[in-house]
Write a protein of this length. Structure first.
Length: 633
């Protein structure tokens, strides 16, 4: 969880970094004072517009935004006075940059688009055309609108190639890498990141070398290729220290290096680089970065058994998240604190932290519910307005309709139509309310099951008897399977059916992680029809799958260097056929047929009977269970 959260943050931060590098690359070696001095020699409004714009760009790159705004607005005024669209484009770009440096990203995007508009009016693509496209692409990336970000990033690459702007070509590759990362297309993301580095090295551009290297390392980190990531990180650290000192970029490189070393089991190096990041972050006003760094510390401390140090880091992370109203991070820190406190034996703190985590989750969910209710209320008010308008139209028609049977019939038809529409609106409103309540019910059930699961997890740490502890953990996994069903229900518009393919995929991922397997040491093959399944059929089926897959992970792959697990679910006419197969050592058929057996086997047999199904078993180079049940629409 922590890694995914960090990755999402890094992607958003990358878009901001790219735009800042635009400023750095075009103002390198200059200051605002240099351009202000030149104003005394300017004889035209066009020349004045240029110098004010450059002064604004310099102050933006130095975060002197108040002064930068004054220069930018003067540049806008002079550009308009000159009537020159190219000069107006330069002024608009300067103002866009100042707004960006002041975190006013909506205004920044607006003036970036105005920059493009002025260049188009001038019929030319000036130096800031590609930079403006980069800022717009970065804006949509930060907003999570990958489709728009991709469109502007490709447009930047096209224009940068046309005007032979090598710096902007490199930046566009980096932006494309970030967009494809957001789209979870890791191969394309790495491809464009490498192209950015190649272009960077080819042109000798050192100003954005560190961010390109850090981005490429982060992508390898995401792919689990930690050793491949490290050389890029060390280069990024070198450039961030020796060539282009950038505190925030250096902090990011240190943090990712710490995570890589932690994943590789080199915890001394991990703590060294995390300590470096901590020393840097004290000079940066970045509470989100601070919280994530502390959580990374806690993860490393947990790996080496230093639970008290991990608890201390998470406690500080919670305090910062609470003070800065970082609700999601507060919830995540509370959950991790509960786990470490349980491992340390402090069950009181573990329970309270878990309770805070659940309450924060409910609060976030409650806000979503309130938003939904507000949208329904707005829709209802809109329908009432439509009804009033329709009623006024009817009255107007009555004034123009004369006496007679035809007029009377027309009025009767209209009245009946209005009554029918009102009845339909009432039924729809009641249906929407019922759906909302059912979603809330499933959400509450899911939360209650999660609390029970967490309490069982905490209890398992206290049970000394290994068999009893094992039984409690198996019960916890069964509850997690049922919880996953209810989670699927309250996140869908259809509250009586779930997508069984997505559910089985999530269930197998959860069990695979629980038993220590990952994509590198087991082959998982899923062949499942994209069918919606009634929840009454899905729950017992999910528990059967849970037992069969759990049994495979626990017993099948002893001394097996190439474990494989296959799950197939197909509809055949009026029946569903589920097949769960492994290439393990095979179950003992005599023990399986024995009426006296484990609780898991009895559970499977009970749910097979409930589903009116038939379960067969074949042992041949592994174990294959085949369950056939009637298809229920």
């Amino acid at each position: 969880m922590l890694h995914k959260t960090t990755k999402a943050y890094m992607t958003r931060h990358l878009s901001a970094t790219i735009a800042l590098l635009v400023l750095a690359s075009i103002t390198y070696g200059q200051s605002a004072g240099d351009y202000i001095e030149k104003l005394a020699q300017c004889t035209t409004a066009a020349d004045s517009a240029d110098n004010y714009a450059w002064a604004a760009i310099c102050t933006a790159s130095e975060y002197e935004t108040k002064i930068g705004l004054q220069y930018a607005y003067k540049a806008i005024a002079m550009g308009r006075k000159s009537g020159n669209h190219t000069k107006q484009a330069t002024a608009c770009f300067a103002l866009s940059n100042v707004f960006f440096a002041n975190d006013q990203h909506d205004s920044s995007k607006l003036y970036a688009l105005k920059t493009i508009e002025q260049y188009d009016l001038a019929g030319k693509k000036g130096v800031y055309y590609t930079y403006a496209l980069n800022i717009v692409a970065g804006y949509y990336l930060a907003k999570g609108d990958a489709k728009s970000a991709l469109r502007y990033a490709h447009r930047q690459l096209e224009v940068a190639t046309e005007v032979k702007d090598t710096v902007s070509i490199s930046n566009s590759y980096t932006m494309l890498s970030a967009v494809y990362d957001m789209l979870n297309n890791l191969d394309e993301s790495i491809h464009y990141s490498k192209k950015a580095l190649e272009m960077n090295e080819l042109t000798g551009n050192i100003l954005n070398r560190a961010v390109v290297l850090t981005n490429l390392a982060m992508l390898y980190n995401t792919a689990g290729k930690y050793r491949e990531a490290l050389p890029y990180l060390h280069q990024a650290i070198y450039y961030s220290i020796e060539v282009d000192p950038t505190p925030r970029q250096l902090t990011n490189a240190y943090t990712i290096a710490g995570e890589c070393y932690s994943k590789l089991g080199n915890f001394d190096s991990a703590l060294y680089y995390l300590g470096k990041a901590e020393n840097m972050i004290e000079n940066i006003e970045a509470p989100q970065d601070r919280v994530k760094l502390l959580m990374m510390y806690a993860s490393t401390f947990e790996a080496v058994g230093r639970y008290k140090d991990g608890i201390k880091s998470l406690t500080e992370a919670k305090e910062i998240a609470r003070a800065k109203t970082l609700t999601k991070l507060y919830s995540l820190a509370s959950r991790n604190l509960s786990k470490l406190s349980a491992l340390e034996g402090d069950y009181f703190t573990a329970y309270n932290a878990l309770k805070e985590h659940k309450e924060t989750e409910d609060s976030l969910s409650g806000k979503e519910v309130q938003k939904t209710i507000a949208e329904l209320k707005e829709q209802y008010e809109s329908e009432k307005k439509d009804e009033r308008i329709a009623h006024e139209k009817v009255n107007n028609k009555r004034l123009t309709i004369g006496l007679g049977i035809v007029a009377l019939l027309a009025v009767l038809v209209l009245v009946q139509y209005i009554r029918q529409r009102a009845a339909t609106a009432t039924i729809k409103k009641q249906s929407d309310k019922l759906t909302l309540l059912m979603k809330e019910l499933h959400h509450r059930v899911k939360n209650n099951l999660q609390i029970i699961s967490s309490l069982l997890s905490l209890q398992s740490f206290r049970i000394k008897d290994s068999a009893a502890s094992k039984a409690v953990r198996e019960g916890q996994q069964r509850i997690e399977a049922m919880s996953l069903i209810h989670q699927r229900l309250y996140t869908r518009d259809n509250i009586t059916e779930i997508n069984i393919r997505e559910f089985i995929s999530d269930l197998v991922d959860s069990l695979q992680s629980a038993y220590g397997y990952d994509a590198d040491n087991i082959a998982i093959n899923l062949d499942i029809d994209n069918e919606l399944m009634n929840v009454d059929q899905a729950i017992p089926l999910s528990l059967i799958i849970n037992e069969l897959v759990t049994n495979a992970f626990k017993y099948a792959y002893v001394d097996n260097n190439s474990p494989e697990l296959s799950i197939t679910l197909k509809r055949k006419a009026d029946q569903l056929e589920l097949e769960v197969a492994d290439n393990g050592k095979g179950v003992n058929i005599d023990e399986w047929k024995d009426k006296e057996g484990s609780f898991g086997k009895e559970l499977i047999q009970t749910f097979v009977k409930q589903l009116n199904g038939y379960l067969s078993l074949i042992v041949d180079g592994g174990t294959r269970f085949t369950l056939t049940i009637p298809y229920t629409a």
